[in-house]
Ligand binder design. Structure first.
Ligand code: HEM
Length: 413
């Protein structure tokens, strides 16, 4: 196992605009120095190798509870040093992605049936209807901004439909998600944290009202599952609210990046787009390749519960470990010709959904949304081309997403 130690903090590099626009050359260079890197300045372990990340992500000795992070956000020292961050991270804490066993199993168990393959397959008609509605609004096409008109509204509506949240809430939920998606980002300023805390309070007040109303008028959707888990004591009030808030955010922003980043990959590789159009059975593997090649999340986190030996190093208990997914997904030890975008890639163990106990519960739904989104677009338009320069969002470090993707769409009939 190779470990690199250098004196310059990687944080400075990963905040740099050129890294945010295209992180891959730097990630490749770093991975070539070693599969794991200990950044002395921040005391964070970065993981760049696919085999190493898989092992770490799957290990029960590695959790996601940031309260165990030595000197981290939730440490007693931070309570006086940075009370705003302490309050924010304490309030977002009680949800499945932030807890270790046994709480993790208890919370995840509430939603597991709703995300089983048959339940997800049954969502296809609803997703297709949403895609059709958005495509109808595009008329005969022409030049459109793809993110605003298609990639962003589709997943938002889908995840809201799961909880029967009405369309008039779309703008508020987008605004709240937009503020909250940054909270785990080191680029977050004091003002953004303040804004995130306000967004969190508004969001929680809204979902709290939703639960009260639902109790009066029960139905048969994921909101009822959540209410039942609250009422039978499986989830506390805070856990019910935070899991619902976080499901909205996790299920929305990430899938926007799958459809948006994926579309960009296909537009930059028109021969692959043509191949997908000619053979629709390739759409699911194209979605998988989009997830590998342009993952919407740059990093996946773990906090060591116990000392974790890895090759010739030991990651001490309480350490923050961050997998650089852009490096992991292009590791030549696990992927043939990793820099090539290939929609028919045979062996693609991409790590964009993470792995182990916390692996994304909504992965099946996200894959289905990607497949429906691309198929519906191909059905509607014969011509799909890049219409200018796309722009990455540069105000966030963890979520890798496009703010602008101009596309030219046309139909022959
Ligand atoms: C392309 C879309 C998506 C991506 C890239 C993505 C990515 C991830 C990642 C990286 C994790 C953490 C995995 C780990 O730590 O090993 C995660 C967890 C999670 N995701 Fe997703 N996600 C996506 C879509 C969704 C959707 C559609 C939903 C639900 C509607 C969802 C809900 C969740 C939840 C609740 C967790 C926490 C699971 C746990 O801690 O047990 N995600 N996701």
């Amino acid at each position: 196992m190779s470990t690199t130690v250098n004196e310059t903090s990687w944080w400075d590099t990963i905040k740099d605009t050129s890294f945010l626009v295209n992180p891959y050359p730097q990630l490749k260079a770093w991975r070539e120095q070693g599969a794991i890197h200990h950044d002395r300045a921040s005391d964070i372990y970065f993981v760049l190798g696919h085999r190493e990340f898989t092992k770490i992500a799957r290990s029960p000795k590695m959790g996601r509870d940031t309260r165990l992070w030595r000197d981290g956000w939730a440490s007693p020292a931070n309570q006086t040093k940075n009370p705003l961050a302490y309050q924010l991270y304490s309030e977002i804490q009680p949800q499945m992605i932030n807890v270790n066993p046994p709480d993790h199993r208890r919370m995840r168990g509430v939603f597991e049936d709703a995300f089983k393959p048959a339940a997800v397959a049954a969502m296809a008609t609803m997703i297709e209807a949403e895609a059709t509605r958005l495509l109808d609004a595009l008329g005969d096409g022409g030049e459109v901004e793809f993110i605003e008109r298609y990639a962003a509204p589709l997943p938002l509506r889908v995840v809201c439909n799961l909880f029967e949240i009405p369309a008039e809430m779309d703008d508020s939920i987008r605004r709240w998600s937009d503020s909250l998606i940054r909270v785990l980002d080191i680029m977050t300023t004091h003002e953004q944290r303040q804004e995130a805390l306000e967004a969190l309070h508004e969001f929680k007040a809204y979902v709290s009202g939703l639960i009260v109303e639902r109790r009066k008028h029960p139905g048969n959707c994921m909101l009822d599952t959540l209410v039942a888990a609250f009422d039978d004591g499986t989830l506390s009030e805070d856990e019910a609210l935070m899991n619902l808030v976080s499901m909205q955010i996790a299920g929305h922003e990430t899938t926007v990046t799958l459809i948006g980043n994926g579309m960009l990959c296909l537009l930059r590789n028109p021969e692959q787009l043509a191949r997908m159009r000619a053979d629709r059975s390739l759409v699911p593997s194209a979605v998988e390749e989009c997830l590998r090649y342009e993952p919407g999340g740059n990093m996946i986190m773990r906090v060591a519960i116990e000392d974790f030996p890895m090759g010739d190093i030991v990651i001490p208990a309480g350490s923050m470990v961050l997998g650089f997914i852009g490096a992991v997904n292009r590791d030549p030890a696990s992927f043939d010709d990793p820099e090539r975008f290939d929609i028919a890639r045979a062996n693609n163990p991409q790590m964009t959904f993470g792995a182990g106990a916390h692996t994304c519960i909504g992965a099946g739904l996200a894959r289905l949304e990607g497949t429906v989104a691309f198929n519906a677009l191909l059905d509607r338009f014969d011509r799909i081309e890049l219409a200018g320069e796309s722009r990455w969002r540069l105000d966030r470090m963890n979520a890798r997403s496009l703010e602008y993707l101009p596309v030219r769409l046309g139909r022959s009939v």
